[in-house]
Design a protein around this ligand. Sequence first.
Ligand code: 3HC
Length: 288
Amino acid sequence: MITRVGVVGCGLMGSGIAEVCARAGMDVIAYEVNGSAAAAGTRRIEASLARAVKSGKLAEAAKEETMGRIRLTTDLGDLGDRELVMEAIVEDEAAKVDVFARLDKIVASPDALLASNTSSIPIMKLAMATDRPAQVVGIHFFNPVPVLHLVEVVNSLLTSEPTTTAARRFAEDQLGKRVILSKDRAGFIVNALLIPYILSAVRMFESGFATAEDIDNGMVEGCAHPMGPLALADLIGLDTTQAVAQSLYEEFKEPLYAPPPLLSRMVEAGLLGRKAGQGFYGYRRSAG
Ligand code: 3HC
């Protein structure tokens, strides 16, 4: 049973992970690089909890208790006593490797789990940045984390059986999530299927074949998806979508994984989707 969790990165995914852990009663310390990023993380968690209160899923008092279990820090050293640390920073291999190397020195317990929420970077690359690859595992959540039930648990070739079991128990028994087990290759199970689908939609739109609305309505109304592929790309973030596509392309060298030029141009332009207020669609700017 894990009681003390650290979360590195309190953006879209990290704030959701911090929230669900705190709602499950765990003590959470979430790290951000500076005070304003930490404040934005806190606002994101508060907004999500307020939403849960509004829809009657959470009592106002439970919201306060949940916030009371989350502490934001700008000092990674504060994660020293954690039993599980979840890394949820940008989808950038060098940045993640650096975090794992630092966590390896900071997290004191030799039994602690060092987990990554990476969407696509092979876990082995992160494990080898540490002296404890047997304790490194992928625990991959889906956005919005408080709403979607799936977690992919990803084993590298060196992840130990007790680590996999502990990761599974944490997600299933403590967070109430449904776990699927994936081996360690870029994209794991879900993104290896989802990203080429989204990229195909971007290419269809880019070619002028159909409007964004018609592409999305096609999949919502014709296939009962909760949202269309372009709206979903906006939700995930176009920068993350592009980064995941690049990892997949690097791993498999298949053209279907290559980011289309329009996606790259939109990322360069800062049109990153919901979080930026503009992607394939326009949004009212918000913290999350
Ligand atoms: N935080 C907390 N609760 C939220 C939330 C959030 N960020 N977003 C939505 N909710 C809650 C709402 O409060 C609402 O709760 P209620 O039914 O009790 O009132 C419920 O979720 C439904 O929300 P809405 O009524 O606002 O909107 P929709 O019914 O249109 O659902 C959606 C929104 C949940 C985003 C739905 O469209 C959906 O599931 N879309 C697909 C999302 C998806 O595919 N995500 C996976 C992305 S891939 C990924 O994350 C992997 C990464 O590695 C790339």
